[in-house]
Design a protein around this ligand. Structure first.
Ligand SMILES: Nc1ncnc2c1ncn2[C@@H]1O[C@H](COP(=O)(O)OP(=O)(O)OP(=O)(O)O)[C@@H](O)[C@H]1O
Length: 388
């Protein structure tokens, strides 16, 4: 037995992350033992929260690779066990840390930037843009969560590749903690993940306001996102119950408005932003989607007209009728129509990763950078600094 080599294996295992919690498995108490004999044969025993958890195979493979790569190791074997109820309790306490007692993870004291994406009309590409922005921000090094609050038309699991052939990936449950699946670096939760065996393609969700409110509340309370830099919410189109619930549950949320270049879409986009403002949220910008489609001869075809994004930005930046001071709401970008962008979303492989040169993907990457640069407004938040 060599303590030094064992230490080297522990160090290597410290670089293996639990793919759902995104923290080293050594920190989470998931490595039970490491033994190395004089010939350099390592035996590592790991503990998973539940048997057959979706991340199990990945963790086992990562542990094996890390062990094999440790200096002095010639052969490695991994034994996989399941935590006892006591070990699981200790695990959830470790994961939750001092935040276990908080009723909601994203209350006013949270350092996470919450951005709700809204649109007036449906079908303007709000979900595609929200998913693309989330993936782009994760690719730029931020820790990102995404709540698909579009309970009637949830499409996020499909766009992010979490839903295939009518089956949607399920979150892992560890006692009362729900761990969201991670897609392209984004911790993602959607009502589509809670429909059991029902095929989300043919399942209609028809809930009334209070039920919707409770669902969003539960997403924000019981789904364990951990420390996030940004939480994006894909809201249903319009000015309905969910938008109002989000305003009540997350008054510090910032709001991003998606609209098309069509003037007719502008009125209803402005209305959805005004509802958000009424609940105290700050509208940080407008993104125009489905702008001019580039043609083979170099010309641009404005399928949905032009100017809608600029119009919404100008109207939201105008002085309010109430006399409240005007707030500048910039047009953050204009994402063109792109068949490749659409096809990538249909395949569950976001174009911002797989085809960053595509004009729609490239513009969305620029929008993501602009949003990050805008920084989060600190107004009205506790900075956690006590006066001496
Ligand atoms: N820039 C774009 N170019 C080409 N197709 C796009 C673009 N943006 C979105 N789409 C496509 O338009 C359709 C609608 O997009 P999406 O589902 O994101 O809209 P939505 O506003 O979230 O709709 P709803 O709110 O009604 O669920 C999808 O098929 C999507 O792939």
């Amino acid at each position: 037995m060599s303590t030094e080599t064992e230490q080297a294996v522990w160090t290597a295992l410290g670089r293996v992350q639990d793919p759902e919690i995104m923290r080293p498995i050594t920190e989470l108490g998931m490595v039970q033992s490491v033994a190395v004999d004089d010939a350099g044969r390592a035996e590592v025993s790991i503990l998973l929260t539940i048997s057959g958890c979706p991340a199990a195979r990945r963790i086992e493979a990562d542990v094996l690779a890390a062990t094999r790569g440790a200096p002095g190791i010639v052969e490695a074997a991994v034994e996989v066990g399941v935590m006892t109820p006591e070990q699981r309790r200790a695990f959830t306490e470790r994961v939750r840390g001092d935040r276990a007692s908080r009723p909601q993870q994203f209350g006013p004291e949270s350092l996470t930037r919450v951005i709700a994406v809204t649109s007036g009309k449906g079908g303007v590409g709000k979900s595609s843009l929200t998913a693309g922005l989330a993936v782009a921000m994760a690719a730029q090094g931020l820790t990102v969560g995404l709540v698909d609050a579009d309970v009637f038309g949830f499409s996020i699991p499909g766009i992010l590749g979490l839903s295939r052939d009518g089956r949607t990936e399920q979150p892992t449950r560890v006692d009362d903690m729900i761990l969201p699946p991670v897609a392209h670096g984004v911790k993602t939760i959607s009502i589509g993940m809670f429909l059991g065996d029902a095929d989300p393609r043919s399942t209609a969700v028809s809930w009334r306001g209070p039920m919707l409110h409770r669902t969003i509340e539960q997403f924000l309370r019981d789904v364990w996102f951990g420390d996030l830099d940004v939480l994006l919410l894909d809201l249903p189109p319009g000015t309905g119950d969910i938008a109002i619930s989000v305003g009540q549950l997350l008054p510090q949320a910032e709001v991003l408005v998606v609209t098309t270049p069509q003037e007719a879409a502008a009125d209803v986009a402005v209305r959805s932003a005004l509802v958000a403002r009424q609940t105290g949220q700050r509208v940080i910008g407008v993104v125009e989607n489905m702008a001019g489609l580039a043609q083979a001869d170099g010309t641009v075809l404005d399928v949905f007209g032009s100017g809608g994004g600029r119009l919404v930005s100008e109207r939201l930046s105008a002085p309010a009728e109430t006399g409240a001071p005007p707030e500048e709401v910039p047009l953050l970008g204009s994402v063109p129509l792109s068949p490749a962008f659409r096809a990538a979303g249909d395949r569950g492989e976001p174009a911002v990763l797989t085809d960053p040169e595509d004009p729609a993907a490239a513009e969305l990457l620029r929008v993501a950078r602009r949003i990050i640069d805008l920084g989060r407004g600190l107004a009205g938040r506790s900075l956690g600094i006590a006066p001496r």
